[in-house]
Design a protein around this ligand. Structure first.
Ligand SMILES: [Zn+2]
Ligand SMILES: [Zn+2]
Length: 285
């Protein structure tokens, strides 16, 4: 074959992938796919195909360029029947749509969960019969918008950190609040240092805590209402009173706990290290 015979020095073919020359394999088909000249000009068709496969990593639409001169390789596909192109288009459209459809399904199920939760909460707070009656009388559109907002408001309410606010006020004006100091005598002592603040609600665990705490509040309020205000006739009033009692009690405990944590951090002391006494001290309870 005169076509593949080397004409000059520049045209002496050697594959830049496998380094084989024309003499090594006279059957192989060659290609000069880019602007490179000299030793990088020629490459085996098969070697370059393998190299492109490696670069594409299974994605046949990824564009591949020469690593030396950055020329994009011109890849020509054989012509196929119309059915193939229709299927390819359908495949691409389905791939594009699926994330949106899945997102929509997810949002829809969250919405319907919120609607169900709202309805259950109304029956819990007003009583089963009264709740059902009220929802039957209400405008359907109002229910579709109003029921899911119940959980939204509960979560937003849970995110208001009123205990922290009171605690900060208390630390600032502790001398002017004799009542709180009476209940928490430790609060009066001035801490020797201000400990580093721990930042809550920044990690996903406390986010789930906010969610759980908010959604369980109506149930807890109902239980507290029945336990503490059993004599109140109206379901709504009883649950409301139970909720207020629970939130107040929990708030007081939380303030106490946080203040104790604060004082423990503030008054910690780092001890001297003594080689002989250290193990004995650890043994003693
Ligand atoms: Zn080769
Ligand atoms: Zn090149």
């Amino acid at each position: 074959m005169s076509f593949s015979r080397p004409q000059d020095v520049d045209d002496r073919r050697a594959c830049w992938v496998c380094f084989a020359s024309e003499e090594d394999d006279s059957e192989a088909s060659w290609v000069q796919p880019c602007r490179c000249r000299g030793s990088a000009k020629w490459v085996h068709q098969n070697c370059l195909q393998r190299w492109i496969d490696e670069k594409q990593r299974g994605n046949s639409t990824t564009k591949v360029s020469c690593p030396q001169c950055n020329t994009e390789y011109i890849i020509i596909f054989p012509k196929l029947g119309p059915l193939f192109y229709i299927l390819e288009l359908a495949d691409r459209i389905i791939n594009r749509m699926c994330p949106f459809v899945a997102g929509g399904i997810f949002l829809g199920s969250v919405y319907w969960t919120a609607v169900t939760y709202g309805a259950v909460t109304i029956m819990q707070v007003l009583g089963h019969k009264e709740g059902l009656n009220m929802m039957e009388r209400a405008d359907p559109l109002f229910l579709l918008i109003g029921l899911p907002t119940i959980s939204v408001f509960l979560i937003l309410g849970k995110m208001v950190r009123w205990e922290d606010y009171i605690l900060r006020l208390w630390r600032k004006h502790s001398s002017k609040l004799p009542l709180l100091n009476y209940f928490f005598p430790d609060g009066v002592t001035r801490p020797s240092r201000i400990p580093a603040d721990t930042i809550p609600l920044s990690d996903p665990i406390s986010a789930t805590r906010v969610l759980c705490g908010a959604l369980i509040l109506p149930t807890v309020a109902t239980i507290f209402g029945k336990l503490l205000f059993g004599s109140v006739q109206s379901n709504f009033q009883r649950t409301l009173l139970g909720g207020v009692a629970f939130i107040t009690m929990k708030g007081v405990l939380k303030i106490y706990y946080k203040q104790q944590q604060f004082l423990r951090q503030a008054n910690r002391v780092i001890h001297d290290y003594k080689e002989e006494t250290q193990p004995q001290q650890q043994l003693q309870p």
